[in-house]
Design a protein around this ligand. Structure first.
Ligand SMILES: Cc1cc2nc3c(=O)[nH]c(=O)nc-3n(C[C@H](O)[C@H](O)[C@H](O)COP(=O)(O)OP(=O)(O)OC[C@H]3O[C@@H](n4cnc5c(N)ncnc54)[C@H](O)[C@@H]3O)c2cc1C
Length: 325
């Protein structure tokens, strides 16, 4: 295994930011393995997306705007991936650990007769072999899984676990031919999008998270939501808040919750336990609002506002709203 191939999941050219995180990580892995970093982007909108991907440190981007990719359920994607991997030669394929990505990865390993590591948050190279680091049992255990000798390996990547860093000379964008002699049976008749209208926590550029210091469920709606909306962000929480039943577990950030990496993370009434830190440490700017200036979160925050959240957050929200208008 020398080269790295990133599967770019997207819809009409819109891709989750994990794609750019994988493109950055692909460069690092390819350099360590002595190979090249490639990406495959197929389906409507691919050429346009390939232009944005050029800002990341890849060597080559294979593209086809083939409308069949969106017309049929996943089969064309697997064919393209298999063809690209075989054209590149022995390689490590990176796929986002999303619902679609898991489906793609599971089918690809069967095609390539490859090993798979799921939900990686880090990599090590030991004796030239790729070792994926993955939290298991809801984060209570960390496993190190080595991909055995073989031509191919597939790893699914947890969103927000790696930083996305533009750079590089600008990858060569190359057309990839549609795999010949394929016919597809499962047609996508209708694409139904279910959404709450709120920004997904993992994709939000700003996260305002609350903890036990908020004392109950109401402040999440009355205090945090207005600030998050004013900043164009989403609300998150510590496990203490989720365990108390103040917010659903889908908002929990940390070792046993979600991993986020927004440009701005505001922690309100959160002490900064290590299990919380691992879910938000790669955020751009970290601001803590806490009564206690000595709270552990102060050690890894860029700015600590010491005081009562109930006095500070409404004033901050007003200032943001005023600045925006
Ligand atoms: C296996 C395992 C997995 C875990 N996974 C996670 C996880 O995924 N995510 C997670 O978050 N935790 C996780 N935890 C729990 C973690 O160890 C902490 O217990 C938890 O993060 C604490 O939440 P907190 O910061 O909200 O509460 P606390 O630690 O109680 O902190 C509350 C903070 O609020 C401040 N405060 C109080 N009142 C105010 C006020 N009016 N204004 C401003 N500040 C105020 C206090 O000074 C304090 O710093 C895990 C633990 C274990 C053992």
């Amino acid at each position: 295994m020398k080269n790295v191939l990133v599967y770019v999941q997207h819809k009409g050219g819109q891709t989750p930011k994990v794609t750019f995180e994988m493109a950055t990580q692909a460069r690092k892995l390819a350099d360590q393995l002595g190979g090249k970093a490639h990406a495959l982007v197929v389906g409507a909108g691919s050429s346009q997306l390939a232009e944005s991907l050029k800002a990341y440190p890849l060597d080559a981007i294979y593209v086809n705007d083939d409308a069949d990719v969106d017309k049929y359920l996943l089969d064309p994607v697997i064919d393209y991936l298999e063809a690209a991997a075989k054209a590149i030669g022995p390689s490590l394929v990176l796929v986002a650990n999303t619902l679609t990505g898991k489906d793609v990865a599971g089918r690809l390993v069967a095609r390539l007769n490859a090993g798979i590591c799921a939900d990686a948050v880090d990599f090590k190279l030991e004796g030239g072999k790729v070792v994926a680091v993955m939290p298991k049992m809801g984060g209570a255990a960390i496993t190190n899984c080595e991909l055995l000798d073989g031509d191919y390996g597939v790893v699914t990547i947890r969103p927000n676990a790696f930083a996305a860093q533009p750079g590089g000379a600008g990858a060569a964008v190359q057309a990839i031919e549609k795999p010949a002699g394929k016919s597809y049976g499962v047609l996508v008749e209708k694409d139904v999008e279910e959404g709450s209208g709120e920004l997904a926590l993992e994709e939000a550029p700003v996260v305002v998270a609350g903890g036990r210091g908020l004392g109950g469920p109401e402040p999440f709606d009355t205090l945090l939501k207005p600030l998050a909306s004013a900043l164009g962000g989403a609300v998150g929480a510590s496990r203490a808040a989720a365990d108390a039943g103040w917010v659903p577990y889908s908002l929990q950030i940390g070792q046993t919750g979600k991993t986020v990496s927004p440009s701005l993370y505001i922690a309100v009434g959160i002490s900064g336990a290590i299990q919380h830190k691992v879910g938000m440490r790669s955020s751009g700017t970290i601001v803590a609002i806490n009564k206690d200036g000595q709270s552990p979160i102060a050690e890894f925050s860029d700015l600590v506002v010491v005081g009562d959240a109930f006095a500070i957050v409404p004033e901050l929200t007003k200032l943001v709203q005023a600045a925006k208008s």
